[in-house]
Design a protein around this ligand. Structure first.
Ligand code: PEP
Ligand code: MN
Length: 349
């Protein structure tokens, strides 16, 4: 951290800043420049509040040199993190991960049918909410524990790994029992007690970006999970609130290269929630792969018109199959690939 003093700041003002830094247990190093003095602050482990120094007399501005997240940063681990799932699927490797499934688990027939179709098309992870975070308390809230049981059934039959959302601290253990990846949704990205509990559950965590969160806030939320000892975190860009209603959200594809620069964690993209309509999902999924995402998460429903939630943004299995073919071609064009469908099918054998 660098504390830049105003032009003409007095020796007393500089001394007050130095004392404040030392009182925080850090080292201060005044650096006289042409017209002004800057004070280097060394030994900050993240506890220093820049605002406390910024309001001292004679201080012009405080510049952070290192990011506030440490374990999540690229400097912490220069090579990208690769996450190995129980069924042999790897996330963050050269092969991209395709996660697909309905918004919500609705019935045994619906989830098994979808699981079979998405696996045959090349997906290696099945998504589906058992506990649904709905904007309205009157909307379908999910099948709960029964939904978890149906997801386990689908995994047993298909070999697909399962990602499903955990809504609160109380249900972390129940969800972890059935899920290969714990999903923390956009609405809960800054639910710090949930992040901590998820970080202790012994499962990889898929952390979705909050609808009003900056990339830095997303990375700091991930830091909470890493601090608890769980380094297998997958970030997910799912769009932020924009001012234009032409799409449900504003899908921030520039977040992909930004995250890649700042962090070693894999990042995937959810173009379903990112756009909110079926017609726009394939274009944004293709763009996400071209932009360097480590995978995509796509909502697929065997009969979207009958879906209890997010039918408008769900692809049919046939549309999904076409899209996966396109994603594979784009991945190969940029030196990557999708998991081989033969391998994906073999996982379930
Ligand atoms: C979901 O993936 O089912 C979901 C609710 O997404 P988000 O948290 O991004 O809104
Ligand atoms: Mn949904």
């Amino acid at each position: 951290m660098l504390i830049v003093m105003k032009h003409g700041a007095s020796d007393d003002e500089i001394a007050v800043v130095v004392q404040a830094i030392e009182k925080m247990g850090c080292r201060a190093e005044p650096i006289p420049w042409d017209q002004l003095t800057a004070i280097g602050l060394m030994g900050n482990d993240g506890r220093v509040d820049p605002g406390r120094l910024g309001c001292l007399p004679g201080v012009l501005r405080v510049i952070s040199v290192t990011p506030p997240y440490r374990r999540v940063s690229r400097e912490w681990r220069p090579d990208g993190t690769v996450i190995d799932l129980r069924n042999g699927v790897r996330i963050g490797a050269r092969e991209l991960v395709v996660m697909a499934g309905p918004c919500a688990v609705e019935s045994e027939e619906q989830i098994l049918n979808t699981a079979r179709r998405v696996r045959a098309a090349g997906a290696t992870v099945l998504r589906g909410g058992a506990f649904k975070p709905r904007t309205s308390p009157y909307a379908f809230q999910g099948l709960g524990e029964e939904g978890l049981r149906l997801l386990s059934l689908a995994r047993a039959e298909t070999g697909l790994a399962v990602v499903t959302e955990v809504l609160d601290r109380e249900s972390v253990d129940a969800v972890a029992e059935h899920a290969d990846i714990l999903q923390i949704g956009a609405r809960n990205m800054q639910n710090y007690s949930l992040l901590k509990a998820a970080g202790r559950a012994g499962r990889p965590v898929l952390l979705k970006r909050g609808m009003g969160a900056t990339v830095e806030e997303l990375l700091l939320a991930a830091e909470y999970v890493l601090v608890e000892g769980e380094s297998r975190v997958i970030l997910c860009e799912r769009g932020v609130r924009g001012f234009d209603s032409h799409a449900r959200n504003l899908l921030d594809l520039a977040a992909i290269p930004s995250v890649k620069e700042l962090s070693h964690l894999p990042i995937i993209v959810d173009p379903s929630h990112g756009t909110g309509s079926r017609s726009k999902v394939p274009a944004m999924a293709r763009a996400a792969v071209a932009a360097g995402a480590d995978g995509v998460m796509i909502e697929v429903h065997p009969r979207p018109a009958e879906a209890v939630s997010d039918g408008a943004q769900s692809l049919t299995p046939d549309q999904f199959e076409t899209l996966v073919g396109e994603l594979r071609a784009i991945a190969r064009a940029i030196g990557r690939d999708l998991a081989d469908p033969v391998v994906a099918a073999a996982i379930g054998a």
